[in-house]
Design a binder for this molecule. Sequence first.
Ligand SMILES: [Zn+2]
Length: 234
Amino acid sequence: MRVLGVGAHPDDLEILCGGTLARFVAEGHEVVMCNVTKGDRGSFVHTSEEIGRIRAGEAKRAAETCGAEHVTLGVRDGEVSSADRDHQQAMIDLVRDARPDLIITHYPHDYMGDHNETSKLVFECSFYATLPLYETGKPHHSAVTPIYYMETIMGIGFQPVEYVDVTATIETKVAMLEAHESQLSWLRDHDGVDIVEQMKTTTRFRGQQCGVQYAEGFVPCQVWLRGTTRRLLP
Ligand SMILES: [Zn+2]
């Protein structure tokens, strides 16, 4: 399969579904990890240009850690908009380039706008990507792709429907997240959290819900054309 993960910021995919993406790669599937924004507004010490450049390098290293390809749409932090024509076109082209059999993205009701707008942008544009007359210069994608929503930050307001056992890839998941060095210090200084510890706690909590050591939870997007009788997650 070809799997496309779309997070709003560099580090969101690593926190919320990194173990599952690592499993996909380990089991022979192709994975593309996209962060919609550059992560260019979360720093006390760098300029936007500097932190954007640093975070692009960290996201690339994180993807390489699990063997995924890394791409970004280069939107500025806080400006993701599902109504923006440029953002729509960029997302359509992302889907047309990746030609995914499965997309993983944010749950529509997470803690901040970039996450929720990314979710909506993926939902809308993965449909538009199949329309031959929605012309972007790239060939249309052949099918409306099933979407799985990864959980919210800290799992608040999120009830998993399917679980993926990530016990075998938890160390890879930690290494992927630790590649985001500048983000670890930003979240410590701005929000007072150790994001690695927080991620491990949530992943352990989901594991205890389904009888394994570590797990990630997902909710399928259940609308017409997105359903399947097959288990798509590992
Ligand atoms: Zn985020």
